[in-house]
Design a protein around this ligand. Structure first.
Ligand SMILES: Cc1cc2nc3c(=O)[nH]c(=O)nc-3n(C[C@H](O)[C@H](O)[C@H](O)COP(=O)(O)OP(=O)(O)OC[C@H]3O[C@@H](n4cnc5c(N)ncnc54)[C@H](O)[C@@H]3O)c2cc1C
Ligand SMILES: NC(=O)c1ccc[n+]([C@@H]2O[C@H](COP(=O)([O-])OP(=O)(O)OC[C@H]3O[C@@H](n4cnc5c(N)ncnc54)[C@H](OP(=O)(O)O)[C@@H]3O)[C@@H](O)[C@H]2O)c1
Length: 267
């Protein structure tokens, strides 16, 4: 009988964003460099609080997390939200610098730009990334290696969260959007509070996709002829936006039947 999977990685950074949202960076003990495509994920694992995990098996509690760092970075980065009563996130939340964790040595997933159909370079093509909460992770990884004016005209990143402090990577994204005319960042808050501090968009993330709102924010139209749309995070948001865009001529992308909609459900 084989024993529990050994912890193989070390936490190098831990940043608290408040409200149970935090960023972790980790490296392998072996010094190995993880090869991955932005948009992919790895499993993280820790021993459960009790000797047995929820399936009655002794071993680590493991869950998938999208990689937020770029492939060239020395450390692997994650943005994580504590789920109340969850099996793994309360344990990840307790991790401090130099603590050990299990980090799978293989990245998985097809939610990447590499999965897009090979097409000749066209000036009029937009990537439209729609996320709730920590669903921003795969998109920050893609943006961190996004070359200006390669294949895409624009990289539009829409992030819907409840409150201002939930806007992960806000400063980095605002700086990037100010510097580059091919990056558009659209944050939106569903629970902005009543103190009047927030002057940006309010509502749920899907409201940004209404034609008049989208055109005012992005300066272009949202149409299947020139947009590839990636949805990541809350599964209810994904289902509802997919249904809406389906009615506007978008269809789910499949390898043998290319479309314009790409989905990553977090639960
Ligand atoms: C491909 C992929 C990538 C992911 N990347 C990330 C990431 O970058 N950051 C991140 O924080 N999470 C990410 N997740 C979610 C993550 O894998 C876990 O599901 C989450 O962290 C909860 O784990 P847990 O063990 O604490 O809760 P569990 O004990 O597994 O879950 C308890 C219940 O909470 C619900 N739930 C799970 N996640 C959430 C959530 N985020 N919000 C509300 N309810 C939830 C589910 O219904 C679940 O049954 C990703 C999931 C997938 C499939
Ligand atoms: N421990 C803590 O301190 C703490 C704090 C906060 C959250 N949590 C946990 O974290 C979990 C995740 O919270 P989260 O805020 O990161 O993620 P979330 O519940 O997915 O919410 C993120 C954003 O998605 C929106 N949304 C939800 N359903 C949608 C839909 N069908 N269509 C469009 N938008 C939708 C939310 O709007 P609405 O506001 O309108 O729902 C919010 O703006 C919670 O369930 C909770 O367990 C823990």
């Amino acid at each position: 009988m084989s024993g529990p999977t050994p912890l193989n990685a070390r936490i190098t950074t831990r940043e608290d964003l408040g409200g149970g949202l935090f960023i972790l960076r980790a490296v392998y003990d072996s010094g190995a460099h993880l090869e991955f495509e932005p948009g992919q994920f790895v499993n993280l694992g820790l021993p459960p609080r009790r000797a047995e995990d929820e399936s009655g098996q002794t071993g680590l509690v493991k869950r998938p997390y999208s990689i937020a760092s770029a492939p060239k970075d020395a450390e692997i980065e994650f943005i994580i939200r504590v789920v109340d009563g969850g099996a793994l996130t309360p344990l990840l939340m307790e991790l401090q610098v130099d603590d050990r964790v299990w980090m799978e040595e293989r990245a998985i997933g097809k939610f990447t730009l590499a999965m897009l159909p090979d097409e000749p370079v066209a000036a009029e093509r937009d990537l439209v990334m729609v996320s709730t909460g920590t669903g921003i992770a795969p998109f920050i990884s893609m943006l961190r290696q996004f070359e200006p004016r390669q294949l895409w005209r624009r990289f539009v990143l829409i992030n819907g969260v409840r409150i201002e402090t939930d806007l992960g990577y806000r400063a980095e994204l605002e700086a990037m959007a100010a510097e580059r005319d091919d990056v558009v960042y659209v944050p939106i808050l569903s629970k902005p509070g009543t103190d009047g501090r927030w002057t940006g968009l309010t509502g749920r993330v899907d409201s940004v996709l209404a034609p008049e709102v989208y055109e005012a924010q992005v300066g272009a139209t949202l149409e299947p002829q020139h947009c590839q749309v990636f949805l990541c995070g809350n599964p209810n948001m994904i289902d509802e936006v997919e249904q809406d865009l389906d009615g506007r001529g978008f269809k789910r992308h499949r390898k043998r039947d290319p479309g314009q909609l790409h989905l990553e459900r977090y639960w």
